[in-house]
Design a binder for this molecule. Structure first.
Ligand code: MTE
Ligand code: MO
Length: 394
């Protein structure tokens, strides 16, 4: 696909390119700095914050992530496997129906009915499996995401456990939680080939919710409104948008997106169901910018870090390409094991070019490797070296 231009390390010049671009307010959806216009269905987002890979893949710029505790909705990346459904599906949100199956009493519930079963709020990272793909050396098909197919989001909805309980509990012999996306499948196209349907190990039920709210507002259609399956700690693809069926199933979905896509295997090997699927996320961090206090020459190196499915232990920052490391400080509150934490290190840099790297360690003992092994589709890259940035101080 579009793998011809490999994005290598981003280079920031302190005090100019490293500073965050001012946000545009109102006006047409065209970036001030000549960035591409946003497609209509996300025209409400801020064009200055995005790299438009295609109509269906929008990446948040690294500088825009800054040291934000929560990613504002108008900055959050977009990844659609299929065109987004029409606006009509959010016209009457509470009327949206979801079929619940694989339980003692299967049936259909409206969002309005779900709202009577319980409510919880969870903060978690939403991150595409291919975030960091652009940093692999081998040619990979798929969007060449660098760091911006990720955001930290507040979700509100009903725990999946409460829904299953309300339907009489799980039926016998069920091994997976299967969620089906609400996109219309064009006539004549076999649904297995394109329908977004993911099956997760049943442990995911412990933290999964059916969410109708994102960042304190009704779930935007572009992010899966009226209702989205949110599985904290799991890669983006498992967070099924416009979910219209949730089932406990004995087998994994027969669809391509489950059977052969999102499978980790060596370069050159095709996908098959025996390979690991992209479920739980790994520990990761990246620097989102140096900002300089010109008066003192001090530099604030900042970024974001996540533990995957565990609280963070620490984030270290190196200003010499990984020869020496110093502990960074977390900014703001810990919003739980599935959230990211902004971090900062204040230091002084001499004139010249410095390679700034960050390395996170989670409480479960996982730590970012210097290099993450290449794999055919370029999934799961959390190697600290390729995520580093070169900064020139002059
Ligand atoms: N129904 C549906 N759900 C979906 C997708 C999709 O195309 N359709 N894309 C998945 C993928 S691959 C990712 S990374 C995330 C992206 O979520 P976002 O567009 O809200 O950022 O949604 C996931 N859920
Ligand atoms: Mo994704």
């Amino acid at each position: 696909m579009n793998a011809t231009t490999k994005v290598k390390r981003r280079h920031f010049l302190i005090g100019s390119a490293g500073t965050i671009a001012a946000a545009a307010v109102g006006g047409p959806a065209i970036g001030q700095d000549g960035s591409e216009p946003l497609p209509d269905y996300v025209a409400w987002k801020d064009p200055d914050d995005f790299i438009v890979h295609s109509k269906q893949t929008l990446e948040t710029k690294r500088a825009a992530q800054g040291s934000e505790l929560i990613t504002p909705s108008n900055e959050l990346y977009i990844r659609n496997n299929l065109p987004a459904p029409p606006d009509e599906i959010v016209a009457d949100r509470d009327a949206w129906e979801i079929e619940i199956d694989g339980v003692a009493n299967p049936g259909t519930l409206t969002v309005g009915a779900l709202k009577t079963l319980g409510v919880e709020t969870v903060v978690c990272v939403l991150q595409c499996s291919g975030n960091g793909r652009a940093f692999f050396d081998h040619e990979t098909s798929g969007s060449q995401w660098s760091v911006g197919a990720a955001g930290n989001v507040v979700w509100t909805g009903v725990p999946v456990r409460a829904v299953i309980d309300a339907m009489g509990g799980a039926a016998e012999g069920m091994n997976f939680l299967t969620g089906t996306g609400g996109e219309e499948i064009p006539e004549g196209v076999p649904k297995e080939t394109i329908q977004v349907e993911r099956s997760l190990p049943t442990e995911a039920i412990d933290q999964a919710i059916l969410a109708w709210e994102m960042n304190g507002e009704p779930m935007p259609l572009a992010h899966g409104g009226p209702l989205r399956l949110v599985v904290p700690g799991y890669y983006g693809v498992n967070n099924v948008k416009y979910v219209r069926r949730l089932a406990l199933t004995a087998e994994e979905s027969p669809n391509k997106i489950q059977q052969t896509s999102y499978r980790v295997r060596p370069v050159g090997v095709s996908g098959d169901p025996s390979q690991p699927s992209m479920y739980e996320m790994n520990v990761k961090s990246w620097i989102t910018g140096p900002l300089m206090d010109a008066a003192t020459g001090k530099v604030q190196i900042h970024g974001v870090a996540m533990g995957g499915v565990s609280d963070l232990e620490k984030v270290e920052v190196s200003t010499d390409g990984g020869q020496t490391w110093e502990d960074a400080k977390f900014l703001g509150p810990n919003l739980g094991p599935y959230a990211w934490r902004p971090f900062i290190l204040i230091t002084e840099l001499s004139e010249g070019t410095h390679m700034l790297a960050s390395r996170a360690t989670a409480q479960d003992g996982q730590s970012q490797p210097e290099e993450f092994p290449p794999n055919e589709r370029g999934y799961g890259n959390n190697g600290w070296r390729v995520h580093a940035v070169d900064v020139t101080v002059s």
